[in-house]
Design a protein around this ligand. Structure first.
Ligand code: NZQ
Ligand code: ZN
Length: 392
C-alpha cells in the first residue's frame, strides 16, 4: 500500500425529508446569501425547489436563482452564474440537482473569485480560492456530492474538461433517497453504470497488497449488482434507492482509491464521446468500460479473475484463467444490457468514422496516457474499435 492522505470534509445529511434542513445547514457553514442553482426542471416539477426555498426563508437566508443546467453542463451558463453571483454578492453556492448541477456550481464557486476567464481553471491553472458549495442531490451517479472534481463542456467545439481542488469538496450534501424515485429508468441505469465505473477505475491497479480497498471496491460493486435491477423494476423501492445513493458517494470520495494507483482512461475516452455527441456520461461508460477491460485484461489476468469470481459469480477455470477473466467481462456487459444500457457505438448513437476526431480531441498526440496499462494513440483507436463492434 502506498502512503496517502484521505480528506473528505463534507457533512453528509442522509435520509427522508432531510432537504428541509438545508436553511440551517447553509447558516452552519456561514452562508447568508446563496445562489440556488438547478437543472432543466425536474426539481421544479417535483416541488423540491419550493421546499428548499421555504427552508432557506425559514432560516433567514436570502437567495437568488439560476436554473437551466443541462446534462454535460456548459461554460455559457457558468459565465452567467459568475456574473449573477458577483452582482448579487453571493457568499455560497447551493446546488439542487445531479452531477451536472453540482459541477456547474463548483465552476461558479471557483470562477467568482478568479480574476481571469474561469475556463483557465479547466486548462491547467490551479484553483486557489472558491466560495463554499452545498448540495441537495437528486440522482445517484457522478459522486460530485463528495468529490473535489468538476467537469464542464465548452460549448464552442464541445470540449469537455475536468478540474478539481479540495476547496471544491462540498461543505454539506443532503442525500434523500426519496428524491431519486422520480428518475426515469434510463437515468437510474446511467447513474448506476457511472458508480460502478468509479470503482473499476480504482480496482484495476498495479499496486500490490491493497486488500482493504480491494474488498471495499467489491462491496460497492456487489451492492450495485444486487440493487440496480431492483430499482429498475420497482422505482419506489426506498431501501434499494438508499443503498445505491450511499454507494454513489462511497464510490467517488476516494475511500475506495486510497493507497493505490488508479486508472482513469475509460473516463478519459468516454468524456470525448459525451462531449462530441452530448450523450449521458453513464451510457458512454457502458460502451467504453467493458471494451477497455477486454483490451487490457491480459495485463493482469489474476485481477480480472478476482472481479469475475467475486463480483459476477463466475466459476474459476484453473486450467484456463483467461477464459474466467473474459467471462467476467461478458457478464458485466450482460448486466449493463439488462439494465437498459447501450453496449456499442450504434446503440449509443456514436459513429465509427468519428474515431479519428475522438482521438484528436483527446489530445494524446504521440505520447501515452498513464494507467493500469499505458495507452498510446493506436491503443486508444483499438479500444474505440472494440466498442464499435461490441456484442454479448
Ligand atoms: O435537469 P433536470 O431536469 O434536473 O434533469 C436531470 C438530467 O436530465 C435528470 N434528473 C436528475 N435528478 C432527477 C432527474 N430527473 C427526474 N428526477 C430526478 N430526481 O437526470 C438527468 C441527468 O442529470 P445529470 O446531473 O447530468 O447526471 P449525473 O449526476 O450523472 O451527472 C453527469 C455529469 O457529471 C460528470 C459527467 O461527466 C457529467 O457531465 N461527472 C462528474 C464527476 C465529478 N464531479 O466528480 C465525476 C464523474 O465521473 C462525471 O464525469
Ligand atoms: Zn464518472
Amino acid at each position: 500500500m502506498e502512503n496517502f492522505n484521505f480528506y473528505s470534509p463534507t457533512e453528509f445529511v442522509f435520509g427522508k425529508g432531510r432537504e428541509n434542513e438545508v436553511g440551517e445547514l447553509v447558516r452552519k457553514y456561514g452562508g447568508s446569501k446563496v445562489l440556488v442553482h438547478f437543472g432543466g426542471g425536474s426539481a421544479v416539477r417535483s416541488g423540491l425547489l419550493d421546499r428548499v426555498k421555504a427552508s432557506l426563508e425559514k432560516s433567514g437566508v436570502s437567495y437568488c436563482e439560476l436554473g437551466g443546467v443541462q446534462p454535460n453542463p456548459r461554460d455559457t451558463l457558468v459565465y452567467k452564474g459568475i456574473e449573477l453571483a458577483r452582482n448579487e454578492g453571493v457568499d455560497m453556492l447551493l446546488a439542487v440537482g445531479g452531477g451536472s448541477v453540482i459541477d456547474s456550481s463548483k465552476a461558479i464557486a471557483a470562477g467568482v473569485l478568479y480574476d481571469g476567464d474561469f475556463w483557465d481553471l479547466y486548462s491547467g491553472t490551479p484553483i486557489t480560492k472558491a466560495l463554499p458549495v452545498g448540495t441537495v442531490l437528486t440522482i445517484a451517479a457522478a459522486g460530485s456530492e463528495g468529490s473535489p472534481n468538476t467537469v464542464i463542456t465548452k460549448e464552442e467545439g464541445m470540449i469537455k474538461r475536468g478540474s478539481g481542488s479540495d476547496l471544491l469538496r462540498p461543505k454539506f450534501s443532503v442525500l434523500d433517497p426519496e428524491l431519486t424515485q422520480t428518475l426515469p429508468a434510463y437515468q437510474t441505469a446511467c447513474g448506476a453504470t457511472d458508480i460502478m465505473a468509479h470503482v473499476f477505475e480504482r480496482y484495476f491497479t498495479n499496486t500490490p497488497e491493497v486488500e482493504i480497498t480491494d474488498r471495499l471496491c467489491e462491496a460497492v460493486l456487489l451492492t450495485m449488482v444486487k440493487e440496480t435491477p431492483r430499482v429498475i423494476k420497482d422505482p419506489d423501492n426506498y431501501d434499494a434507492r438508499a443503498n445505491i445513493m450511499w454507494a454513489g458517494m462511497v464510490a467517488h470520495n476516494n475511500i475506495c482509491g486510497v493507497g493505490r494507483a488508479q486508472d482513469w482512461n475509460s473516463h478519459g475516452l468516454e468524456h470525448e464521446l459525451s462531449g462530441l455527441y452530448d450523450v449521458a456520461h453513464g451510457a458512454g461508460l457502458a460502451v467504453i468500460m467493458p471494451a477497455w477491460m477486454e483490451y487490457v485484461c491480459t495485463h493482469d489476468i489474476e485481477r480480472f479473475c478476482m472481479m469475475a469470481t467475486r463480483v459476477f459469480g463466475v466459476d474459476m477455470n484453473f486450467k484456463d484463467p483467461e477464459s474466467t477473466a473474459r467471462e467476467g467481462i461478458r457478464r458485466f456487459r450482460q448486466f449493463l444490457k439488462g439494465i437498459g444500457m447501450p453496449i456499442n457505438f450504434a446503440e449509443l448513437g456514436a459513429k465509427a468514422e468519428d474515431i479519428p476526431t475522438l482521438i484528436e480531441k483527446l489530445g494524446i498526440g504521440n505520447g501515452k496516457r498513464a494507467g493500469f496499462v499505458e495507452l498510446d494513440r493506436k491503443d486508444v483507436e483499438n479500444i474505440y474499435n472494440i466498442a464499435v463492434n461490441a456484442k454479448l
